[in-house]
Design a binder for this molecule. Structure first.
Ligand SMILES: Cc1cc2nc3c(=O)[nH]c(=O)nc-3n(C[C@H](O)[C@H](O)[C@H](O)COP(=O)(O)O)c2cc1C
Length: 211
């Protein structure tokens, strides 16, 4: 048993626990018809899987969850379906150890669909890490800064390195995704940080250290 385990009275982890892969959700954060988010998310997924991290990556498409606007009154006939969607979204997000958010920028902020989806969550995502991927005239940087504020309240640990694609130079006609090679450096940096923090937070969630 290591020194910290003795100090905090933790039992050593089983070999199975040490070996278990991290679960990382890649959140496709736009529901817009004709969205660029799909190509960017697919690129991010392929890039992440090729690294052979001790992690299982899964794409979570916001469009697969027909989430109502938080708190809106729905016709009775639609209520059951909406409740099921909210439940499924909550359970899916709770199942991950960390996240990569592929976030469009609308009006210098995060898009409404992603903001609404995040408003349903808190314990599901707290004490977990997140990396940011964006695209826009300034790489989606303003949406990222907006998300970092939101993550502060949700107790999500957003990592420093972000991947920021330009609509002008990483897309043809702002719609065909052709990313420049140099983005690989930031994608690797972001993933390194998400993996490290996700593993650390996973241990923390299991064995919370109390003062
Ligand atoms: C309502 C709206 C507002 C937008 N505002 C911005 C903006 O402030 N900054 C920016 O860089 N791009 C802006 N854009 C361009 C989007 O970033 C671009 O359309 C992107 O492809 C949107 O993501 P999506 O295709 O995955 O939905 C805006 C697009 C829309 C539809």
């Amino acid at each position: 048993m290591g020194f910290l385990d003795k100090l905090f009275g933790r039992s050593p982890k089983t070999e199975e626990e040490n070996m278990s892969n991290l679960k990382i959700g890649i959140i496709l954060g736009s529901v817009r018809q004709g969205r660029n988010a799909e190509a960017v998310t697919d690129w991010m997924f392929d890039f992440a899987v090729k690294r052979n991290d001790n992690a299982d990556y899964e794409i979570v498409d916001l469009a697969d969850y027909k989430l109502p606007l938080l708190g809106e009154t729905l016709p009775e006939a639609e209520q059951k379906e909406a409740e099921a969607a909210i439940q499924a979204w909550s359970e899916k997000m709770a199942s991950f150890d960390g996240y990569i958010f592929v976030a469009p920028e609308y009006n210098h902020a995060v898009g409404g669909a992603l903001k609404n989806a995040l408003d349903y969550l808190k314990p599901e995502v707290a004490n977990k890490a997140a990396g940011l991927v964006g695209y826009g005239s300034l790489g989606g940087a303003r949406a990222h800064e907006n998300l970092r504020l939101i993550f502060g309240e949700l107790q999500v640990a957003d990592v420093q390195t972000a991947v920021t694609f330009s609509l002008m130079t990483d897309f043809v006609n702002m719609s065909e995704f052709k990313p420049a090679d140099y983005h690989a450096a930031n994608a690797n940096g972001m993933l390194d940080q998400v993996i490290t923090w996700s593993a650390a937070f996973k241990a923390l969630r299991k064995e919370p250290v109390t003062a």
